[in-house]
Design a protein around this ligand. Sequence first.
Ligand code: URA
Length: 274
Amino acid sequence: MFVAPGDREEILERAVRLADSSSSPEGSPGPAAATPDAPAAANAGAMAGGKSGIPAGAHLDAGLERLARVGSQAEILEIPDLPRLRAVADACQRCQLHETRTRPVFADGTPDARVMCVGEAPGQREDATGLPFVGRAGQLLDRLLTAVGLGRDRVFICNVLKCRPPGNRNPLPEEIEQCSPFLLRQLELVDPAVVIAFGTFAARTLLGSTESLGRLRQRTHLYEGRPLVVTYHPAALLRNPGWIRPTWEDLQRVRSILDGDGQEESMEHPEGSR
Ligand code: URA
């Protein structure tokens, strides 16, 4: 979607107003606020495989069914395509979160996107619909992406965790360890030109770093040879609208990279990946 530069400020202002009007920010730094009114269309979309073009319900043969129960990380990383990866994620019982989830949240957007957005974990509304970022944080994310000319139809959106942590608590290290192979395989199969890590969990998981978000934001990283930009999580922006403009500036950096005038020289490789 083309957005004229003049309109981008207007969209940003609307994003700030959305954050300012937020009366019920999330309880945790990550997942989106729970709202009970998930649109029927989103629900239907999730049933049908979301808008991601990745069909739900690829046949779960005995081999895939075993992966969903006890597959190793190496085996998840060898799943050959997104429909089968999704089928295994949808049936996954490899960590305790399967006991409390309503449905796993695999992804939304387009599998041939040039930009991949990575969040933390589904919130209540995402758990109900099966789609990532559909609560208030998601609305804000949509506006910010639109402000830099990237609608939902131009990106691939997913999370570090595919299942909601109860009460939107922070992901546990063992949950990240079990679930991150799905994310890493999504990255390989989508093969985006740029990755955006929203929030500390996405950034640290992808970069293998323990640095603070503030420091990680200061430079463009390289993940498996592709630029990775770290920015604030949209849910954090709902609580701190003053961070919206810096986030927008981070997203402008993504835009510049896509447009070919990015700052490759200042890119950094994640720890241990050279
Ligand atoms: N927060 C996230 O990190 N992911 C979602 O999908 C929704 C809220």
